[in-house]
Design a protein around this ligand. Structure first.
Ligand code: C5P
Length: 220
């Protein structure tokens, strides 16, 4: 049994990878499983919140009672997130959004032309969903509490604190990536204006429940 610490709150979570199409057959993606985001969606629902998960392509069951919006690309994820956060109280960005997308999407399959010359791909930067939402009026006036994630390979605490400032958000969760991808457990640090708090290695659902309690404390 979980205490209903988020009762009456609307929570939006982004989860999983994005898929950036090159042509109708191919695209660029990453190994994010979406497990952490889905665990957080489940934990927020257990805590009594009205929860939407905006999911990139993942192979996961929707947690009971959670509304799911499926998207592919970062731009679709941004649109769904902006729509969903317009009246949300908490936004938790766990998605592993592609930083770049192919500059053009071919409407036909890109074929070998027999010349033996490989095609050159060029890229365009994707929108930063979390930073965009954090700049919204609702976030800036404290009605929307934004939480980010950071997977760092080293110097977790300093990098996490720097990322929190750069994104302009009150709370950032750091973990040592990419070792957590696809796993059922994780370990985290929470960084906010007061400093750092460690959440030792545990299952993703246990960490999600702890995170939900920490978010609730900051959103009475
Ligand atoms: O800058 P970096 O990708 O390391 O930041 C990670 C955090 O920002 C995560 O919370 C991720 O979901 C979010 N993010 C985003 N849109 C992007 C890139 C990252 O929402 N384009």
């Amino acid at each position: 049994f979980q205490p209903k610490v988020l009762k009456g709150k609307r929570v939006l979570v982004t989860a999983g990878p994005t898929f950036e199409a090159l042509d109708p057959i191919r695209g660029i993606t990453n190994h994010s499983s979406g497990k952490m985001g889905f665990a957080i969606a489940r934990a927020a629902r257990e805590a009594g919140a009205d929860v939407t998960v905006v999911a990139g392509p993942v192979h996961l069951q929707t947690p009971r009672g959670v509304t799911r919006v499926d998207v592919k690309s970062a731009r679709q994820m941004l649109d769904a997130t902006l729509a969903g956060t317009a009246n949300a109280d908490v936004f938790i960005a766990t998605a592993a959004v592609a930083d770049w997308r192919p500059a053009t999407e071919s409407d036909q399959k890109i074929k070998k032309d027999g010349s033996g010359v490989a095609p050159t791909l060029s890229f365009t930067e994707n929108p930063d969903i979390l930073a965009t939402v954090a700049k919204s009026d609702r976030a800036k006036t404290g009605r929307l509490f934004c939480v980010g994630f950071a997977a760092e390979s080293h110097d977790l605490e300093n990098n996490a604190q720097a990322k929190r400032a750069r994104k302009g958000i009150p709370l950032l969760v750091g973990n040592i990536g990419p070792t957590t991808f696809g796993k059922d457990d994780n370990e985290m640090i929470l960084v906010d204006a007061n400093g750092v708090q460690a959440l030792p290695r545990a299952s993703k659902i246990s960490l999600a429940r702890q995170l939900v309690r920490e978010i609730a404390k900051r959103n009475p």
